[in-house]
Design a protein around this ligand. Structure first.
Ligand SMILES: Nc1ncnc2c1ncn2[C@@H]1O[C@H](COP(=O)(O)OP(=O)(O)OP(=O)(O)O)[C@@H](O)[C@H]1O
Length: 270
């Protein structure tokens, strides 16, 4: 399987390729690859819409990235390409060091199941299953037994210990989203993608869900990429990208909500 270059993580010694792309037999200590790398990714849809225009982004492990931008700027396309749900027209996507473009559909589906978790605005829990069965569903679909210790840690982190035998309809929106987050993490993915994960929640519950995402990054070293329109939500990330017209127009480290709101307004009106 091909391992190749990333925007960051290149060999400090100046050798060919990034430090994490060692050949078998190489005895140097090799740092783990970034969770996700997009290299010069372009996506043109049939009809000619260039939804992504040579986008390069590196998401380091254990970090929280927010993706912002006006409607139609390419956020969902970026997420779909980064998660291996869609294929770029050109450029490379690496998940956990593996280039997704070289995989056939079966291997790509396997990669998504094993290395990527998803959280959506609308929770997408199965109504007829208990919360416990919803959380472990991805493993059962993959024919794998849950790691009991990991499950215990997860259930404790998301605070649903007393609700495991309930059906989704018996839980609040925030609790359902916390169950969806536990489900996204159950297979220990390299990265969790959130598509407006707080979009359906009231302010207080949204803050609790963002606290949880932050805690998963800080406490468990999870990598999170979240698409959001909300500057207050994006301000909980370590880094925020602002997109317009399929390009990353600005990157802010440790962003604040007023900074992001101002930046999005400025870029929108340019
Ligand atoms: N399947 C498709 N076929 C053709 N064009 C598409 C397709 N999906 C998205 N687009 C176009 O690509 C561009 C980027 O869309 P995308 O959904 O990635 O934007 P977005 O920033 O996520 O928008 P929103 O915030 O409204 O969800 C838009 O011009 C959109 O119309």
């Amino acid at each position: 399987m091909r391992r190749a270059s990333a925007e960051t993580g290149r060999s400090q010694a100046g050798g060919p390729g990034p430090a994490w792309a060692a050949e078998p037999g190489d005895r140097r200590v090799v740092p783990p690859p970034p969770a996700v790398v997009l290299e010069q990714v372009t996506k043109t849809y049939p009809g000619g819409v260039r939804a992504l225009d040579e986008v390069s982004v590196t998401v380091e492990r254990g970090t929280f990235l927010a993706v912002m931008g006006p409607s139609g700027s390419g956020k969902s396309t970026l997420m779909h390409c980064a998660a291996g749900l869609d294929t770029p027209t050109s450029g490379d996507v690496f998940i956990d060091g593996t280039v997704t473009g070289g995989l056939n559909e079966t291997r790509r589906a396997e990669m998504r199941r094993e290395r990527v978790g998803f959280v959506f605005q609308s929770y997408n829990l199965v109504p007829s299953l208990s919360i416990a069965d919803n959380i472990t569903l991805p493993l059962r679909l993959a024919g794998k037994a849950p790691d009991r210790d990991w499950l215990r840690v997860l259930v404790e982190r998301v605070g649903l210990g007393g609700r495991l035998n309930h059906r989704p309809a018996e839980l609040s929106g925030g609790q359902q989203q916390r169950a969806a987050i536990a489900r996204a993490l159950v297979a220990k993915p390299a990265v969790v993608f959130g598509d407006e994960p707080t979009g359906a929640l009231d302010l207080r519950t949204a803050r609790e869900v963002l606290d949880l995402l932050r805690d998963l990054v800080d406490g468990l070293g999870q990598t999170v990429v979240m698409v959001t329109h909300d500057p207050a939500a994006a301000a909980r990330a370590d880094r925020a990208l602002v997109m317009t017209d399929g390009r990353v127009r600005a990157t802010l480290d440790m962003p604040t909500a007023p900074e992001l709101a101002q930046l999005v307004t400025t870029l929108e009106t340019e």
